[in-house]
Design a protein around this ligand. Structure first.
Ligand code: SAH
Length: 347
């Protein structure tokens, strides 16, 4: 049966008119689906019972469900989220003193093959539907209220998958999350993280969504980056910079570079110099992400000494740099550790 959440508001209107109902019914249903995140047609109490039964003859709602919830000692909650076809993604709630961040997935698995990332070891199975992305946000919001007594405050598209490779659904999900007739959250609290596909960054710019943009850089030296993130040989750093400049000119929003420092890979002076040179070309800041080992040998050794050097040199160069502590490492919920470890057998 078809999921009623695949219909637009206009299509819902047409549907109700075809049933001989008033068009405003569409707005009522849309409100249940996208503002209240209701998962049951039968609970749409402002519709008559016969009408609810009539809709249920043709449409269903396919909600995601939490299959397994793990809590880290630092408060981080990792959800193994089951989709209607039994595939799994992971969605993480990350609490700090003042905020709750949802780290959401955009694809089941990932088609990029970043050597250091656990999700890359899963092949891409499919893109997530709009509702499957929105459901992750809604479920983490409920968890935040339940366990931390406050609503969800931030969303990062840093879970499984490459958001730009599921572009249409990610953009539509952002609309549903931010529009007043949806969840009504502020777009400024949403960060889309990408490994850098220049054409898509430009497209995203033109959507005028008011979200923030993060780019997973890891090296500003072309051949090194291509080794670390092999797909990126199709996307030269100059083209990426061109797209980032376009983004900044149109949005005025500072770009975050995400960067891990590995021993023997990008811990030299020339690496730092290249990063500084790259950063200077666009208003930006650097997040040094603490690397979470995934047992891949050569990437398993982060260099703390080099991280400290990066901080010193970047600061000297007047570039804002933050060291991002890893969260949820004890439950494999940290960056790059999302690989359905606990649930692989069910796929
Ligand atoms: N595909 C998107 C979003 C998912 S990855 C992207 O590439 O940006 C989210 C962030 O986690 C990226 O910056 C990625 O480089 C980083 N990451 C991946 N594996 C990691 C690991 N094992 N430890 C720390 N960060 C990792």
């Amino acid at each position: 049966m078809k999921d009623i959440r695949t219909l637009t508001l206009d299509q819902l209107k047409e549907y109700f008119v075809s049933l001989g109902e008033k068009p405003f019914r569409a707005k009522q249903v849309y409100d249940w689906l996208w503002s209240k995140n209701l998962h049951s047609i039968d609970e749409m109490t402002n519709l008559s019972k016969p009408l609810r039964e009539r809709i249920a003859l043709e449409y269903t709602i396919n909600p995601v469900s939490v299959d397994l919830m793990q809590k880290s000692t630092d408060g981080t909650i990792k959800n193994g989220v089951k989709l209607h076809d039994n595939l799994m993604v992971e969605s993480v709630l990350i609490p700090t003193e003042t905020r709750t961040t949802a780290c959401v997935s955009s694809q089941v698995g990932c088609s990029l093959n970043c050597e250091f990332c656990a999700t890359a070891k899963l092949k891409r199975m499919r893109n997530l539907e709009v509702a499957e992305i929105v459901d992750q946000v809604a479920l983490i919001d409920r968890q935040s209220r339940l366990y931390f007594d406050r609503p969800l405050s931030n969303i990062v598209f840093m879970g499984m998958g490459e958001p730009m490779m599921n572009y249409k659904n990610v953009v539509e999900a952002i609309h549903k999350i931010t529009k007043p007739e949806g969840l009504g959250m502020s777009p400024r609290r949403i960060t889309v993280s990408t490994s850098g596909i220049p054409k898509m960054i430009k497209m995203l710019t033109d959507e005028e969504l008011k979200v923030k943009l993060a780019l997973s850089l890891h090296s500003a030296i072309e051949h090194k980056r291509n080794e670390i993130m092999p797909f990126s040989d199709k996307f030269p750093l100059t083209d990426i910079m061109d797209a980032l400049q376009y983004w900044y000119q149109k949005t005025g929003s500072v770009i975050t570079f995400e960067y891990c420092v590995w021993k023997g890979i990008n811990d030299g002076d020339e690496d730092i110099k290249a990063l500084i040179k790259y950063c200077r070309q666009v208003p930006s800041k650097v997040n040094l992400i603490q690397y979470n080992p995934i047992g891949e040998g050569k990437y398993d050794h982060r260099s703390i000494a080099a991280e400290e050097k990066y901080v010193r040199e970047l600061e000297k160069a007047g570039i804002t740099v933050m060291v991002r502590k890893s969260r949820g490492g004890d439950i494999d919920a940290a960056c790059g550790q999302l690989a359905n470890k606990t649930t692989e057998s069910e796929i």
